[in-house]
Ligand binder design. Sequence first.
Ligand code: MN
Length: 737
Amino acid sequence: MTEFEIEEEKREILRQYRKLLRHAKPFLKDDDAKIIKKAFKMSQEAHKNMRRRSGEPYIFHPLAVAQICVEEIGLGTTSIISALLHDVVEDTEMEIEDIERHFGKKVARIIDGLTKISGVFDYGTSQQAENFRKMLLTLSDDVRVILVKLADRLHNMRTLDSMPRHKQLRVSSETIYLYAPLAHRLGLYSIKSELEDLFLKYSEPVKYAEIVDKINASKAPRDRFVRNFINPIQKELSKRDLKFTIKGRPKSIYSIWNKMTSQEIGFEKVYDLFAIRIILDLPPEMEKAGCWQVYSVVTDYYQPNPDRLRDWISTPKSNGYESLHTTVMSKTGTWVEVQIRTKRMDEIAEKGYAAHWKYKESDQSSTESGLEIWISKVREILERENASAIEFVDDFKHSLFNEEIFVFTPKGELKKLPGGASALDFAFEIHSEIGARCIGAKVNQKLVPINHKLKTGDQVEILTSNKQKPNEGWLSFVITSKGRTRIKDELKEQKKSAASEGREIVKRKLKQAKLELNSENLDKLLNRFNLKSALDFYYLVGKGKIDPKDIKKIKSNSEKPRKSIQQTYSDIESFQRTIKEVTGEKRDQLLIGEDMDIVQYSLAPCCNPIPGDDVFGFVSTHEGIKIHRINCPNATELLSKHGHRVVKAKWTSQSEVSFLAGLKIRGTDRVGMMNDVTKIISSELKVNMRSIAIESENGIFDGSIQLYVQNTKHLEMLTKKLENIEGVEEVARFDIH
Ligand code: MN
């Protein structure tokens, strides 16, 4: 490098620095400029011997990141200092303590956060997920960490050219996976679309270049079109003395590419290549009326598509986005999207979080914004530490969904949920305990099951029961992080408690065989049942999936192959033999409840018998004895064709156990009918419902309920009570399949 080149470099660094100060100037207070200078000098000194891969001095990078923070995100002094110093702890000799000494706790914490989330990891690895989780943890600390990180990532993406190909792919895939959705969620639209475009540039270079070329080639006719389109609107708005600007905004390259690939169409077929944006300059109190006035003008000239009206002014998106969108038919027969908003809304849309704050400070009356609610929600999820990092990221990605629906509580309070959310999601949204106890919901006065998908405008009332408990199946239709985390926590708890019961059983069984529960015996048991963890083993015992009787068998040592029950019983004789061997008595009847330890049996899922039912046992080839009801639809065949495999069976005392039964209710519908039904079931009789589905048509009410009862007496009592409800005509048991 020549002396001249070095001098030129120094001058360029100073130019960049001055540009930064110029942009920051309007909001600098007291000593701010001095402190920024100090940070700049310190960063320059720390990085003085480092160059970026492109060959330029390293200091250009922190300067550029700081510039993005100011110019494109609208951040202030603390962020500028943090951006200038964001890589010094990671890459140089400087320590976090040095930062704190010079710039105070706030800056030190931000840089500490940034240092912890540095590095790039491959998508889908737990390391990357952990990294991401850490990053989100900083949200609860200071959201500026994420904003500076986004600025850092944006600059790295802008300068990705000098990186080797494999690094380009890694960095850009991480960008599209995490950073672009995060930018979107924080309302940073311009950064989000630039990140997406850059992702495409490196992941699909040929397609990217193709689209860029075509956009450029179609520019002249497009500009002409926009001019013709806005001409009458412009005139009319000027007449009304409104201050405004109109832009024809091209869609991002990435969104065009997305449309082309998802709809398998060519560039020419993407009709909405651009949107018209009308930005008004109005004081806050006139914003809404002003925007609708413009809407009225636009639709005087062009016919709107009624399905495409979006009013995010009355109900802003939860990332703070406000705007009025309509799609209208142009004179040449193409649909054109028109976005109407004020300067304030536009700045929030482009710059997101920071701009939002700027306006909020001047407006004390504004309520908690959607974004803040979101951040506090993220915080809530993060505070539960037991979810694995990958699980967490997957759940979290759900909450980054673009689409949102707006639904209402019975009192008319608005709740925002991701598109595809179920009634149960709504219940969790209200309160995690309400979610955990939810048995159904009324949507627009109509009873629906908990997995019912909600739509915008639905009014939802949640029905709960104290006996309800979350189960695994819920995870297939709960999509909000809050709900999923709560369900998973609960399942873990349930597993733990089943396992601790199982452990007691194991201990008892070993004691009967004069063995101790020590690690040696535990190993033998795990071996025998081919399991890896003690928790799994205890859990299976606790759940009754492992026959406790088999536990003792480790005494008679493991050389003997395990005789499984399924092999033991092929007919009724072998059953009687075993009963005699174990109990010493001669009987041909299975005592349900008492013989649990002796033979393997289960209740047949085709008729779900409950205590009190007339039943028989059927020796199945693989799953031990199945208990069927005498009036089971399969009974005739089993009894007639396979008589030799039928075992008499009788219920013995069963306490504290619940059995699944189904009830059908028919009657004439009336207001409050459903309430009366659920009240009797869950409050009065304290019965736990598994599911409830009701249809009401032409005044006829037709419902089926699955619930847990103790025995037939219990079920009869319930049936009587339900029959007594006004309007109910028939209550009958049905088989659950
Ligand atoms: Mn950096």
